[in-house]
Design a protein. Structure first.
Ligand code: SF4
Length: 342
């Protein structure tokens, strides 16, 4: 068993490693496969499935590949975030010393230097800023940091937060980078992917969202990702929240439904949310804002297009354009529902 803090993103895409996990008769690999499968069932429906197994790197790599086949971004995010929280707990375990944490961070692809005298870590600035936007709170902003020789000085807790966000970014990117061809090759003998898809469709998102007449199923990947992250307790960056509210308003969701959607966030603050929604939708500002263009979201690391066919068209410039094209296709196919504000 390889503990989760030995996670190496490159291994997710290493076909020879993945072949071993999927095909080996070694009992350890069979156990990893069983755990990887069990954790997905658990995360789809925690009420009906057994307590989650103790995960490790191999079971995690296995889960990520299976989820590539299932192709449901919210479920992928839920799985990654579940492992993220376990990883953070492991890093904070006091049995690990600073050198251990430095070497685990290095195996993931970060390069902190540990100072045993001061018990602090020095992390390159670019690595810090590639992760800190996913963390809310002024203490994670660059302007709040102290520096030494061009590196950010971090205590163990802050480094653990950066490591966990790095883990999320690299995990999701690795899954999106898996080619269709490799996925078909590796997953050809996995016979339960269709049943996972069906279970997720029926059970996985039940009771969480009631979007009325708004067509949630044709939202662009970025919107699905924000909604999924919010439900999973990630503190969304300001621009993601703004994009969500303005998008939902433009596609016809009512003010009250938008606020109700934000209630699914663990850190929901009604007064603040109501103010933000009323501001973006023009109720108090007098200006009804539009969501940013794809290029703006991309430059802020808030685009999650992965291999989505429509998002990868050169002419696709805006999340609302995505929605209206999908909507038009639905109308053509006779499956239209009418979006309207009450
Ligand atoms: S390409 Fe545009 S619509 Fe698609 S995920 Fe990225 S930002 Fe969203």
């Amino acid at each position: 068993m390889i503990p989760l803090y030995n996670f190496q993103p490159e291994k997710v895409k290493d076909l020879s490693e993945i072949e071993k996990i999927f095909r080996s008769h070694d009992p350890a690999m069979a156990e990893a496969r069983k755990k990887g499968q069990d954790i997905i069932y658990y995360l789809i429906d925690p009420e009906k499935n057994d307590a989650p197994p103790a995960v490790d790197c191999n079971s995690y790599y296995y889960s990520l590949w299976v989820l590539k086949g299932v192709n449901e971004n919210p479920l992928l995010t839920r799985t990654v975030n579940y492992h993220r929280d376990i990883l953070e707990g492991l890093i904070m375990d006091e049995k690990l010393d600073g050198e251990d944490i430095e070497s685990y961070a290095r195996s993931m692809g970060l390069s902190p230097d540990f100072d045993p005298v001061r018990e602090l870590f020095y992390l390159p600035v670019d690595q810090f800023v590639s992760c800190n936007s996913r963390l809310s709170g002024s203490r994670y902003r660059l302007s709040y940091q102290l520096f030494r020789e061009g590196k950010v000085i971090l205590n163990r807790e802050t480094l653990a937060k950066i490591m966990r966000e790095f883990f999320v970014i690299r995990s999701i990117r690795a899954v999106h980078d898996i080619s269709e061809e490799s996925a078909l090759q590796i997953l050809q003998d996995i016979d339960y992917i269709d049943s996972l898809k069906e279970l997720y469709r029926v059970v996985g998102s039940r009771g969480v969202l009631d979007l009325g007449s708004v067509d949630f199923k044709i939202f662009p990947p970025c919107m699905n990702e924000y909604i999924s992250q919010m439900r999973d307790g990630v503190n969304l960056p300001h621009m993601a929240r703004f994009t969500m509210v303005s998008f939902l308003n433009k596609v016809g969701m009512t003010r009250d439904d938008i606020i109700a959607l934000f209630k699914t966030a663990p850190d929901f603050n009604e007064r603040m949310t109501t103010y933000q929604v009323d501001h973006v939708t023009g109720n108090i500002s007098g200006t009804e804002y539009s969501p940013p263009k794809c290029s703006v979201l991309q430059s802020n690391h808030l685009c999650y297009k992965g291999d989505d066919r429509l998002c990868n068209q050169e002419w696709l410039k805006h999340p609302l354009q995505y929605y209206s094209i999908k909507k038009r296709d639905m109308i053509r196919q006779g499956g239209v529902q009418t979006s309207s504000k009450r």
